[in-house]
Every structure is written in C-alpha cells, then in structure tokens.
Design a protein around this ligand. Structure first.
Ligand SMILES: *Cc1c(COP(=O)(O)O)cnc(C)c1O
Length: 388
C-alpha cells in the first residue's frame, strides 16, 4: 500500500520513539538528586542571591566543560548580553551572527546598542558558512588601526557570534581564523550545545567568551538560567561583578562602581542545576541513542535526512532535525500538520532574523544557505527520556 510522504515521515518518527501516545518536543528529565538539592535549598532559606549552590554549580560547569571559569546568570540571553558587553560590543558597533538562530542571539546584540549583521549558514554544519563569510568579509570589511569596519555603513565590526544550532558545533577553526584576520572577538552562542565537542574539546572553548542556557527545554535545566564561560579569569571576575549590580564587596555599604545588572542566578535554580549536571553524561548518551534511532528509522525514507554530526564533532543532538530534500520543501506544512494532529509535537525551524520587524533593516550578506534550511527543517521530539 502506498502512503503519502507526510504519513511515511510520521511512521518513521513513531518507529524511532517507540510510543503511540502524545510526545512533547523536549521535556526535562529529573531522575537524580533534583528533589534533594532543591529541598535542601528551601530548608536552608537561602533560595535567592545568597547560598552555596551557585558557586558549586559554576565550579561543576567549569570542570565539566574544561573552560577555566563559568559565571551563572539568570538566563541564556542575559549571559550572552554580558558576554557581548565584556567583548567590548557597544553602541554603534555591528556584530556578525547567523540569520538562522533563535531570536535571543540577535536581541542580546541589540541590548548592547549594537546592530546585528546577518551572515549565512551552511547545510553541512547548520552553523555560520565559514567560506561564504570569508568571501563576504573580503568584499565588505576593511581593517584599519586594529579594527574591522563595514565599508558600506562605516560602523566597526566588533564580534562574530557563531551559534551551535540544535547542539551541532559550527566549524569553529576557520571562523576563529577569520576573527584573527579581522580582529573580531569570537563569542560562542552555546545555548544549545552543552555537552557537544568540537575537535575533542567542549564548545565554549574557542571563543573569548561563550554563553550557555539552562531554560526548561535545553540539555539540562535550572528552570531558567544561563552561564558565561571564559578561559580569561579577569573577564570572568568582571562577569561576576556586573551580573551582581556591580556592587563592591563590603559588610554593609551599597556602592556600585559601574552600570551593573541584576542577572545573578538564584540559589534555588543553581540547586536544580547541580543535580542536573551530575547526570549530563547519561542525558547526552540518551540523546545520542535517540538520534541513532531516528537515523535508522529514516534510512528507508526517501526525500529527507536526519541531520548528522560532522566528523569533527561529537554532538549532544539537543534537538533532532529532519532536513527535507529541496523538492520536498513544499511538503513541510503537511508534515507539521500530520505529526501535530497525531500528537507528535514537531516544529519548523525559526523564522530567519532578517524577516523579523525589528531586524528587517539590518545589514546582511546573501542568505541562500539559511533560506534553504529555513524552508526545509522540521524539528522532531528529542526528550532524553525517549532515548533511555
Ligand atoms: C535558548 C537560546 C538562547 C537563550 O537562552 P534563554 O535561557 O532562553 O534566555 C540563546 N540562543 C540560542 C541559540 C538558544 O537556543
């Protein structure tokens, strides 16, 4: 019996996840000491800006990623905002980042008073197209006095923010080389990539700074939360300072020595984070197992592939992505219809940033790769429990 393409996709998904019931796109898993640590936190009354879990969580993050310092923040967007400020991004600067990302990446740039400058993504990494960006910068950027400028707008090009989309590491080596050449600060958006390795090391290592997210749908969650990663201890100290209202330590006096933010992660959230991080290896393994099941289930389905990690990467497979062949792009809405109607929560990838009203007039390179991906990606249920 022949069946329609969307029905074939639905069948393959059901066969990979092994359940006939409703499935969410991504649900957290609390199977460790979450209750114990959160209860301990409540019992102590130190639920907010004082308490031991925040520092413990920061130390555990640094140890796990191998990045020297981690500074917890109230969410991933705030962490990225602080990372960009500490990268020297300010009003009137431009920041290069992919158009294919979650809106928070661009918002953090705008919070600095800077202008997002959108770059293309490639089909093999889902991240910034390094070769395309090299050609583009050769055309539009000029370096003088140790800084790059956009020839068209005259504004300084301050930083590049690669995003590790769905947990898959962008090809960081050529991007880092471009940053050297054009004196751009590399700031990694690792919101989705905790647990992913690029050439054997955790993402977050390659940038001067990086941002993580612990929102409820990410690899591990603190309810809401984020962190700044950096190997530069002076920057880490600055991050700690400005995320705590830039208050000078003193037994009673309130003296704030610069513009700071109330971006500190509450102790209650950090307690949850400590328990989650203890289980990250198991969570990543479960997600990789689920990805392998998707690959097997879709092996016989023509016209689409499950996005697979590059040979340079070991991905956390945060969110599995079905990539339709170009001639199947028109089936995307029908796949979303068929799956969601059946209780399988699927989602299209984000609308490209340059299509959103607040970023419509931002500078941008030609986005052929990103536009192709935007039309062809369907994200599949990826909760770690599905791979356990
Ligand atoms: C989740 C996410 C963020 C922001 O994290 P929040 O904790 O939700 O503020 C930033 N960038 C990307 C790519 C994300 O997926």
């Amino acid at each position: 019996m022949s069946q329609s393409f969307p029905q074939g996709v639905l069948r393959a998904i059901r066969s990979a996840i092994g359940t006939a019931g409703r499935v969410a796109l991504h649900e957290p898993s609390f199977a460790g000491r979450e209750w114990e640590y959160v209860k301990d936190c409540l019992d102590s009354t130190f639920v907010s800006s004082v308490g031991a879990y925040v520092e413990r969580f920061e130390a555990a993050l640094a140890e796990y990623t191998g990045v020297r310092r981690a500074v917890a923040a109230v969410n991933g967007t705030a962490a990225l905002h602080v990372a960009l400020r500490l990268a020297g991004v300010g009003p009137g600067d431009e920041v290069l980042l992919p158009a294919l990302t979650f809106v928070a990446s661009a918002n953090a740039v705008a919070y600095c008073g800077a202008v997002p400058h959108f770059v293309d993504s490639d089909e093999w990494t889902l991240g910034v197209d390094a070769a395309g960006l090299a050609a583009y910068l050769a055309e539009v950027a000029t370096v003088r006095d140790g800084a790059a400028y956009n020839r068209g707008t005259g504004r300084r090009l301050a930083a590049l923010v690669p995003v590790h989309v769905f947990g898959h590491p962008a090809d960081l080596e050529p991007l880092a080389a471009l940053c050297d050449q054009y004196r751009l600060v590399l700031v990694e958006d690792c919101a989705e990539s905790l647990g992913s390795l690029y050439r054997g090391r955790h993402t977050g290592h390659w940038g001067r700074l990086a941002a993580l997210s612990f929102n409820g749908n990410k690899v591990i969650t603190t309810g809401g939360g984020g962190a700044i990663l950096t190997n530069d201890t002076a920057l880490a100290d600055r991050a700690k300072h400005i995320t705590q209202t830039a208050k000078q330590p003193h037994r009673w006096a309130f003296f704030h020595d610069e513009l700071g933010f109330n971006y500190r992660m509450p102790n209650l959230n950090a307690a949850l984070g400590c328990a989650q991080l203890e289980r990250i290896d198991a969570l990543v393994e479960a997600k990789r197992r689920l990805a392998a099941r998707y690959h097997a289930a879709f092996a016989g389905v023509e016209g689409c592939v499950i996005f697979a990690e590059q040979s340079y990467a070991r991905s956390n497979y945060w969110l599995n992505a079905l990539v339709l062949a170009p001639d199947r792009a028109r089936e995307r809405e029908r796949i979303l219809e068929a799956t969601n109607a059946d209780g399988v929560m699927t989602r299209p990838v984000w609308t490209l940033m340059n299509r959103l009203p607040m970023y419509r007039d931002c500078p941008s390179m030609t986005l052929t790769g990103a536009e192709g991906l935007e039309a062809r990606i369907v994200n599949l249920p990826s909760s770690p429990a599905l791979g356990m």
